[in-house]
Design a protein around this ligand. Structure first.
Ligand code: C58
Length: 538
């Protein structure tokens, strides 16, 4: 288990920056992983064969395959301060112009070290140097999202002690009702709670969430349940992320290759997404057994994934976290993408964004270069994933570097992604090599799927010549592999990493809950009317 301090690394790096950082300079860096990050290095080439299919190879550490995605954020360095964009929904005053910081969006900047608050528009003008430049930012990073240590700013959020409304502040937008009745069918306006579910076991874990296999007691149906601690998402940026995830779920419920949402509910400490359960495990697990896939199989998965990505893109959503772990197989062997926690929504053709996020091995060069990017990053990730299926290893494999600690870092991996010419195994067909080169073009503009003809170029690529896209979208093409499932609960296809994990959720901690602004989560409850009526049929 590794917990590297990217904060301390950044600060050292920033301090020794060859060019002095000037006001307004942007420094991109990691946000600390919220949960322990698994894995040590990206070496996934094993020279020997396993004792039996499915067994690890000698020296193989399974945990290295599953690395969580992270969100990165921009920091702005001015006069020793390291500012981060924030949204304030409470009284906060600008240390520069003394006016109240108020408005929609991330209108304020807060120094992550000394907690100074300023308007975004004033941050470049701040004369006052940072008062605590040498404080270890890891210490301050995890503090509550209060409005800092300025005398006039209130910093404690408490439900029991609501602040009186300010006379001269613009009215806050009306709070969403706790139950969105427009989302419910008449007669099905029932909310779920934790008591309705039996927690069976832990099946996954990411930087922000834990995923459980659960059973709805009333119907005995099995679901996946994504659990997020509210304390981890009270960061302003992250609130938007929870809403985005829910919207994407609502959109995704209409597509055969995307997991759909059953319901959402909350407790004082946590948010719960109840997701339709996909039983055949993920492509990572499947790949670990197969080593590499025949082209015919890889073609089928890549094609179904392409349709799922295109559907998201046509709804203005960048997926941003395509990887083997997020490609699930259903009982017939069709794919379904899961985890919309990294999605960006509201993107129109030609629009771009710049948040640094994703899983290291799959991050597109344009993100690493700090450029604005669009849907292109998903086609890059599909290139990496297709390469992994066909070659049985990552295109950025740094196996030979495993012993050299300098070449074992994420920075080194990023350098490889940016600079190294990707070698395509000679054993692959000309068409396969061509589709990989197409997706793995380091220039987003020239990448397959990103040109003027966009998706048409993928549909018509020689590698996909044998695919009947319409039949495929209707699930009329028989998958190349059917997961072996003995029973509804068969655990044979599930990754073994989590077997020993206790399924229970730790009891709520009152001091943690006191710091959560529950109003941020109003209206989170949701019941999918379609799934509800299905359930009523049982
Ligand atoms: C699978 N990689 S959302 C386990 N992890 C997850 N499975 C599912 N959804 C999610 N049916 C995850 C993770 C998410 C965010 C944090 C990281 C993990 C899921 C959704 C629907 C099944 C799983 C491997 C796996 C697949 C199937 C069964 C068991 C394990």
């Amino acid at each position: 288990m590794r917990m590297r301090s990217f904060w301390s690394e950044l600060l050292t790096a920033a301090a020794s920056h060859p060019f002095p950082l000037v006001p307004g300079d942007v420094v991109s860096l990691y946000e600390l992983p919220r949960y322990d990050d698994v894995g040590d290095d990206d070496d996934d080439l094993f020279p020997n064969v396993p004792a039996a299919p499915g067994m690890p190879c000698m020296g193989e550490d399974r945990s290295i395959y599953r690395r969580g995605a992270r969100r990165w954020r921009k920091l702005y360095r001015v006069n020793g301060h390291i500012f981060q964009a924030k949204r304030f929904n409470r009284r906060a005053f600008c240390a520069f112009c003394q006016d109240r910081i108020w408005g929609l969006g991330r209108q304020g900047f807060k120094c992550i070290q000394c907690k100074l608050l300023v308007h975004k528009k004033c941050h470049k003008l701040v004369q006052k140097p940072c008062s605590s430049e040498h404080v270890d930012p890891i210490e301050v990073k995890d503090e509550t999202n209060g409005e800092g240590t300025l005398p006039r700013a209130s910093s404690v959020r408490s439900r029991a002690d609501p602040e009186p409304p300010l006379p001269d502040t613009p009215p806050a937008p009306p709070a969403a009702p706790a139950v969105r009745s427009e989302d419910l069918e008449p007669g099905s306006q029932r909310q779920y709670s934790l008591d309705d579910f039996e927690l069976i076991r832990v099946i996954g874990r990411g930087s922000y969430a834990k995923v459980l296999m659960v059973e709805l007691r009333r119907t005995k149906r099995v679901y996946a349940m994504k659990v997020i601690k509210k304390a981890l998402v009270t960061d302003d940026e992250d609130i938007d992320w929870v809403q985005t995830e829910k919207h994407v779920f609502e959109t995704a419920s209409n597509h055969p290759f995307l997991v759909g949402l059953h319901s959402c509910f909350q407790t004082p400490s946590r948010l719960f997404f109840v997701i339709e359960f996909v039983r055949g495990g993920d492509l990572m697990f499947h790949m670990q057994r197969q080593r590499r896939l025949p082209e015919e199989h890889a073609r089928f998965y890549a094609a179904e994934i392409s349709l799922a990505l295109h559907f998201l893109h046509s709804h203005g959503i960048i997926y941003r976290d395509l990887k083997l772990d997020n490609v699930l197989l259903d009982h017939e062997g069709h794919i379904k993408l899961t985890d919309y926690g990294m999605c960006k929504e509201g993107v129109r053709p030609g629009d771009t964004t710049s948040t640094f996020c994703g899983t290291p091995n799959y991050i597109a060069p344009e993100i690493l270069r700090g450029e604005e990017y669009g849907f292109s990053v998903d086609w890059w990730a599909l290139g990496v994933l297709t390469y992994e299926m066909l070659a049985g290893r990552s295109p950025f494999d740094i196996a030979q570097a495993a012993d050299n600690p300098d070449q074992n870092t994420e920075d080194y991996l990023f350098q490889v992604i940016l600079e190294k010419t990707i070698r395509i195994p000679r054993s692959l067909s000309v068409k396969a090599a061509s589709v990989l080169k197409g997706f793995l073009n380091k220039s987003a503009a020239e990448r397959l799927g990103c040109g003027e003809n966009a998706f048409l170029d993928i549909l018509h690529h020689p590698f996909f010549k044998t695919i009947d896209w319409e039949m495929l979208e209707q699930k009329q093409v028989v998958p190349p592999f059917k997961p072996r499932l003995e029973s509804e609960r068969d655990l044979a296809n599930f990754p073994p990493e989590f077997t020993d994990e206790p399924v229970h959720l730790t009891p709520d901690n009152d001091t943690v809950i006191a710091d959560i602004d529950q109003s941020e989560f109003e209206g989170f409850e949701y019941v999918n009317p379609l799934l509800m009526s299905l359930e009523d049929c049982v």
